[in-house]
Design a protein around this ligand. Structure first.
Ligand code: ADP
Ligand code: GN1
Ligand code: MG
Length: 364
């Protein structure tokens, strides 16, 4: 369905005058909707068409989002914050629902547009990234009383790195686009790291670390940052909120934010792992979690950063081999470029392992 027709179904304030593609997400189709009032003022909203390929059960996903946003709103109010800026609010449809399902089965949702914020691909400085870490840690703390088992598992085994490895092997075996030959170095990189892929899922399954309600997609552009104060305002992209470990969120945040370059930088000489950013994020995250991190979680934090980066690189490589069916791409080979940056970061984290361990030990 066309985005203007979709917009007609929501109870936006004012008259819709513009619906334009917005943001840099890899998954959903995101639009900024501008509405104008007769008195002359205007208001913006975010409207999204959920990715049906990635999310087969979008009703289950939306049930999670409704439950989670309700809890977050209460938590923000309890902390004396502003719920209009600090958590997402679903805009109802004209027939009183929380989201819209089109006759052809597309699922659309809308929220308020959180103005005067930006989603950063690379942090300006360590202070900004520390605050992003604090916001992601706080997100987990705010959901700590929520029964994780009541959440629908939107993508089963989302961060099961060992299972992701098996999916990678299947894509390699099939090599449907004949791309394996040109990715030999990256394929070898992954194969050499097969051992140890299940360290985090094993720790969870054996109860050595607690199951928590986690975000599972904590890249820097999934937290909106105030353009004036540079403080983190609101954690967004709640599609993958599921039972997990804080190590997924910490690790994925490090993966995305501790690089000196963009996720799809082609010049690998520009891609490095920034230890100052790592220290800042670890400090912020631990602070946000308000002292609830266990010894074993803390011990695994540096390893989790490496594991989540390896997993993401492997997912990009898998999608490259499978013909770019999962992540949005701008050109052929885009996913391979992304995989390469992730593997460069993994190599640097392997070299910096001792320093990363010391940094976490010394974090407040
Ligand atoms: P995806 O799952 O595709 O990554 P997101 O929910 O992360 O989709 O949204 C994509 C982008 O849209 C974000 O990175 C951000 O730039 C922007 N965005 C999403 N929600 C809002 C909002 N409520 N206010 C302002 N910008 C938003
Ligand atoms: C996707 O939705 P987005 O763009 O914030 C992906 C993450 C990856 C990330 C890599 C549901 O995140 O798992 O880490 O791309 N989300 C999903 O940039 O697969
Ligand atoms: Mg996103």
């Amino acid at each position: 369905m066309n985005e203007y027709r979709a917009a007609d179904n929501f109870l936006f304030g004012g008259r819709v005058t513009d619906v334009s593609p917005y943001g840099n997400g890899h998954i959903n189709d995101t639009f900024a909707v501008t509405c104008v009032f007769d008195c002359g003022g205007s208001l913006r909203y975010i409207m999204q068409r959920l990715n049906a390929n990635v999310f087969p059960d979008r009703d289950g996903l939306m049930r999670n989002m409704i439950a989670v946003t309700d809890i977050l709103k209460d938590a923000v109010i309890r902390d004396g914050g502003d719920p209009e800026r600090e958590c997402l609010r679903l805009i109802p449809t004209r027939d009183g629902k929380k989201y819209y399902t089109s006759p052809e089965g597309e699922v659309w949702r809308a929220t308020q547009f959180i103005e005067n914020t930006d989603a950063y691909l690379v942090a300006d400085d360590a202070e900004m990234f520390r605050d992003a870490g604090r916001a992601f840690g706080k997100f987990i703390a705010r959901l700590s009383d929520f029964d994780a088992s009541s959440l629908f598992e939107v993508i089963p085994d989302f961060h099961n790195t060992a299972k992701r490895y098996d999916v990678f092997l299947r894509a390699l075996d099939a090599d449907v686009c004949g791309r394996a030959a040109d990715a030999a170095a990256e394929i070898a990189f992954v194969k050499a790291r097969r051992e140890g892929c299940s360290v985090l899922v094993d720790a969870l399954a054996e109860g050595r670390i607690p199951t928590r309600v986690t975000h599972n997609d904590t890249k820097l552009n999934n937290v909106l940052i105030d353009v004036d104060t540079k403080k983190a305002v609101c954690v967004i992209d709640l599609d993958t909120v599921m039972p997990g470990t804080m190590l997924y969120d910490f690790g994925d945040g490090v993966r995305a934010g501790c690089s000196t370059a963009k996720e799809d930088e082609k010049d690998l000489s520009l891609v490095d792992f920034d230890m100052d950013l790592f220290r800042a994020f670890a400090g912020g995250f631990l602070h946000g979690m308000e002292g609830s991190v266990t010894e074993e979680e803390r011990r695994l934090m540096p390893l989790a950063a490496r594991m989540m980066t390896f997993e993401c690189g492997m997912r990009f490589l898998t999608d490259h081999l499978a013909g770019d069916t999962y992540f949005k791409t701008a050109y052929p080979g885009h996913n391979l470029v992304r995989a390469r940056t992730q593997f460069k970061l993994v190599s640097r984290m392997e070299e910096l392992a001792k320093e990363m361990e010391r940094a976490v030990r010394e974090s407040e």
